[in-house]
Design a protein around this ligand. Structure first.
Ligand code: SF4
Ligand code: SF4
Length: 206
């Protein structure tokens, strides 16, 4: 909350590059960008970006904190790695874009109702419980995210696909009552606990 108010009042932050280097995965590479534009020209999503990676990196260096973190741009990256293989400075562009998305989400600055963000959160929460994605629960969660009426409408629209999947044995309604799990549930929990521990240690060391 404070972060939002603070950044709205101060759209230009002189130390934003340092913040990105400290907080964003791959962020310490941003200063290496030489603004050649190869990533912007190589991205299959090019004309549809609010800001290309090239522009985002320039904006970070210019201290446009609010504009970058509230942007829709980094949520649009499809991880095709076209930019990464072509960047003459070898920047891990995909990692930085996802790192910025994750950081803006952590700060509560990510655009609400952004579809990629919605899907990422639902996907992560879905598989985190059991170590496997329950596709039926994930689909229902996505259909009903905008409310009961919207969910029923979407389900009705997709009924032919659901029936086809049922007939082909690719949809099991009983997955709603549990579904597949990884055998080693304790191992899954331990893995996520370890991730939390590593992230906390990294944060404390900075
Ligand atoms: S291709 Fe690399 S160096 Fe060129 S603008 Fe993109 S990130 Fe910067
Ligand atoms: S990895 Fe992302 S930013 Fe890079 S070219 Fe593909 S979609 Fe564009």
């Amino acid at each position: 909350m404070n972060a939002v108010v603070e950044t709205e009042n101060r759209p230009y932050e002189g130390n934003f590059l340092r913040e990105v280097e400290r907080e964003v995965e791959g962020g310490d590479w941003v200063k290496m960008c030489m603004q050649c534009g190869v990533c912007a020209g190589s991205c299959p999503f090019g004309p549809h970006w609010e800001h290309t990676p090239q522009k985002i990196f320039m904006m970070i260096r210019a201290g446009k904190r609010q504009e970058v973190l509230a942007s829709d741009a980094m949520w649009m990256c499809t991880s095709c790695y076209n930019c990464v293989v072509r960047c003459p400075r070898k920047l891990p562009i995909t990692t930085i874009m996802h790192g910025l998305a994750s950081y803006s989400n952590r700060l509560g600055l990510a655009p609400k109702m952004q579809p990629t963000r919605d899907f990422s959160l639902q996907f992560f929460n879905n598989f985190k419980r059991t170590g496997r994605v329950n596709e039926l629960k994930l689909t229902i969660g996505l259909y009903f995210k905008d409310g009961l009426v919207a969910g029923i409408k979407k389900g009705w629209e997709m009924r032919h696909v659901a029936l086809s999947l049922l007939k082909a044995g690719r949809l099991n309604p009983f997955e709603l009552f549990g579904g597949h799990k990884c055998k080693d549930q304790k191992g899954i929990e331990a893995m996520f606990a370890k991730v939390d521990e590593i992230e906390a240690a990294e944060k404390a060391g900075k």
